[in-house]
Write a protein that binds this ligand. Structure first.
Ligand code: GDP
Ligand code: IMO
Ligand code: MG
Length: 429
């Protein structure tokens, strides 16, 4: 028995929320370790839908401890409104089942301003961010001028921290022709929210140390996906954090040996929201059908997700970089009746063949997929809960994907509902 890290192996929205919720019945603690409320994780339990952005997807089950680690950037207003929304659906959330690392950095309204102003300035070259201030907040973190949750405890030092932060931001704002901000304005905004956030703050590394010593199990919940990783993704069309399993240690305050199994959540086709290279994108009827059947609209921004064929090259690359031990293959049901299925096994770039995606953006944009054509199936896989219920052709598709990505399937998902899941190999065992 060991701890499991769940991460996205494509461009996000692979179905991490559903799988984390499903797996969380085995875990005692669920920990977010990077990202922020750019994440949108949807869970469906007995036809009730829960949309989570900052709260770990384990909150929906009673009796679990949910943890927001120091690697997450926390917008306190977004967090409080998410807690309120989840509580309105009858889920209990209190400092006894939710802890936020006191050393986590805050997202402030000025980060959102900057994110949106920069996107505006890019004109036709937008990153397509979620506009939540994620990038600017991480910039302030590494720039050593961020406000952290623990700073909310002391008004005098908080004022000093804000002053330092504003030296940087007001200079930028002037350049962008946005009004200056006064120290007092941020101070009073934070004063209003502090008493709601501080009761949840705690020393996460100590809590996780105790959890481990007590032999309790941890599930680490990644946000975004490997291809949005700041180092290994399709830079600069990425998010501003490391999304790989190796981020667990730094973002939760735990040793890397605490991760015993890395589960890569993988969609049976590919989607991406926002701009950037996407070699197997389908700008045709099939792409439209995948989008409609898969309900491919962003949870956070409502934007239409771009859709394309399964890209085995990219998933294999992410599996190697993140050390994925097994995948959960989701949304298989969306491929029912689509016809023959293309799977990308390599690229042609300027006449040369590649079995990986090179780092250069120019190469990535010029990558033409090389496809292997696999048989599709007409039967319905929707709601299947065992291997035996899957058509032989579906099984062949899954087996071929395993070969191409060089990683076995641990779980399969056949609908948004929690229990419409097939267990092949238990990641905790
Ligand atoms: P996440 O960001 O990785 O948690 O994924 P999202 O929640 O943003 O997007 C996945 C979407 O697909 C959600 O609406 C899920 O309810 C839905 N979903 C998850 N697994 C399946 C599946 O196996 N089949 C279908 N049809 N939908 C699924
Ligand atoms: P989950 O956890 C899909 C994308 C944005 C944009 C880029 C940068 O639900 O899988 P950001 O706001 O992070 O600076 O935007 O990253 N992006 C996501 N795409 N799923 C997500 O999260 C994403 N979080 C960010 O669309 O292209
Ligand atoms: Mg999502």
């Amino acid at each position: 028995m060991g701890n499991v890290a769940v991460i996205g192996s494509q461009w996000g929205d692979e179905g991490k929320g559903k799988i984390v919720d499903w797996l969380s019945h085995r875990a005692d603690v669920v920990v977010r370790f990077q990202g922020g409320h750019n994440a949108g994780h949807t869970l469906v339990v007995d036809e009730v839908e829960y949309k989570l952005s900052l709260l770990p997807s384990g909150v929906v089950r009673g009796g679990k401890l949910s943890v927001i680690g120091n690697g997450v950037v926390v917008d306190p207003w977004a967090l409080i409104s998410e807690i309120d929304a989840v509580q309105a659906k009858g889920i209990e959330i209190s400092p006894t089942n939710l802890v936020i690392a006191d050393n986590a950095c805050l997202i402030l309204p000025l980060h959102r301003d900057l994110d949106q102003a920069r996107e505006q300035l890019r004109g036709g070259h937008k990153i397509g961010t979620t506009g939540r201030g994620i990038g600017p907040a991480y910039e302030d973190k590494v720039g050593r001028r961020a406000i952290r949750i623990c700073d909310l405890n002391d008004q005098q030092s908080l004022q000093l921290r804000i002053r330092e932060l504003l030296v940087h931001h007001n200079a930028l704002r002037r350049g962008l022709k946005i009004d200056d901000i006064k120290v007092e304005s941020i101070l009073s905004q934070l004063r209003e929210i502090s008493h709601k956030i501080l009761p949840y703050s705690g020393s996460v590394w100590r809590i996780l140390d105790k959890v481990q010593r007590d032999g309790r199990l941890i599930l680490f919940e990644g946000a975004q996906g490997g291809l949005l990783d700041i180092d290994h993704g399709t830079y600069p069309f990425v998010t501003s954090s490391n999304t790989m399993a190796s981020q667990v240690g730094a973002g939760a305050g735990i040793g890397t040996s605490a991760v015993n199994y890395v589960l890569g959540i993988t969609k049976a086709y590919t989607t991406r929201v926002g701009s950037g290279p996407f070699p197997t994108e389908l700008d045709n009827e099939i792409g439209k059908t995948l989008g409609e059947r898969g309900r491919e609209f962003g949870t956070v921004t409502g934007r239409k997700r771009r859709c394309g064929w399964f890209d085995a090259v990219l998933v294999r690359q992410m599996a190697k970089i993140s050390g994925i031990n097994g995948i959960a293959l989701t949304k298989l049901d969306v491929l029912d009746g689509i016809g023959n299925l293309n799977v990308c096994t390599g690229y042609k770039i300027n006449g040369k063949t590649f079995d990986y995606l090179p780092s250069s953006l120019v190469d990535q944009e010029n990558a033409e997929p090389i496809y292997e054509v696999l048989d599709g199936w007409d039967e319905s896989t929707k709601g299947a809960r065992s291997w035996e219920e899957l058509p032989a052709t579906t099984v062949k598709y899954v087996r071929r994907i395993e070969e191409l990505i060089q990683v076995p399937v641990a779980l399969l998902s056949t609908s948004p509902e929690r229990e419409d899941t097939i267990l092949v190999h238990d990641p905790f065992s």
